[in-house]
Write a protein that binds this ligand. Structure first.
Ligand SMILES: Nc1ncnc2c1ncn2[C@@H]1O[C@H](COP(=O)(O)OP(=O)(O)O)[C@@H](O)[C@H]1O
Ligand SMILES: [Mg+2]
Length: 239
């Protein structure tokens, strides 16, 4: 469904993403893990069309999207819930959700289904998002992305700043997306939660992919080593 090949994304001369390749098939649920600054958000934003690509290629549903606009990628079914939610704080929940349907694909998502997926939003429907709790804001951000009826959803650190209870609620709602067959690529700092949720785990270190495995074929120790680059440095010492 999504094919990333040899992708480089730069800020000026700085290579934040270097030679990254990955294949994500329809229905895959993939967690992207990595330390702060590893390049996760840069990669996700480049996939969504929010950042230009320096070199490499992106194919989505067999079509080249390397240089297409983010709205045309939304039109094709790819939608990003960005890090930090990026809601319009002086607009209401409903108004923010409606913005998500500016690019509208056919499908089952509409504002009422968002409210039944995130029932805690119902009473906040006409509240400005600046006055919401973190969990309510995150639900609104996910709902906004769902309004375009994506079949490939990208989520960047949805649990950031939320209490454990609220994180559980957000993930419970995401389980229903998984059940509906939505392809999901998400960044999650909580490794155990990521491993519980995802079929596959990809770890980035300093702009590169250092591990890409089915979650059932790896374990916490191996991922942690990749996360800290321990595996790599021990290999270097040997050679
Ligand atoms: N707008 C920017 N301008 C310059 N450097 C940036 C910018 N955004 C991120 N970076 C740098 O790119 C690297 C990767 O950042 P990011 O993709 O945000 O990492 P992560 O999401 O894994 O924490 C970091 O070194 C970060 O400082
Ligand atoms: Mg990030």
């Amino acid at each position: 469904m999504l094919s990333v090949s040899n992708l480089d994304v730069r800020y000026g001369q700085f290579r934040a993403v270097q030679g990254v390749s990955m294949e994500i098939a329809k229905g895959d649920v993939v967690s992207l893990i990595g330390a702060n600054g590893a390049g996760k958000s840069t990669l996700l934003r480049a996939i969504a069309g929010a950042l230009p690509i320096h070199s490499g290629r992106l194919l989505f549903k067999q079509q080249e999207i390397t240089n297409t606009s983010s709205s045309s990628r939304v039109q094709q079914g790819l939608s990003l819930v960005p890090e930090g939610r990026r809601l319009f704080s002086d607009m209401t929940v409903e108004e923010n959700l409606l913005l998500g349907s500016t690019v509208k694909r056919s499908g089952d998502w509409n504002i009422e289904r968002i409210f039944s997926t995130f029932p805690n939003l119902v009473k906040r429907r006409h509240a400005k998002t600046g006055n919401l709790s973190g969990g309510e804001q995150q639900a609104t951000a996910i709902g906004r992305a769902l309004m375009s009826n994506p079949d490939f959803l990208i989520l960047d650190e949805v649990s950031l700043g939320l209490s454990p209870l609220v994180v559980n609620q957000v993930y419970d709602s995401m389980e229903s997306l998984k059940d509906a067959g939505t392809t999901i690529l998400l960044v999650e700092q909580d490794l155990e939660r990521a491993m519980r949720f995802s079929k596959r785990t990809i770890c980035m270190l300093e702009g590169r992919v250092v591990l890409d495995k089915l979650t059932s074929d790896t374990n916490k120790e191996e991922i942690t080593q990749a996360y800290f680059g321990l595996h790599q440095s021990s290999k270097q010492e040997v050679s």
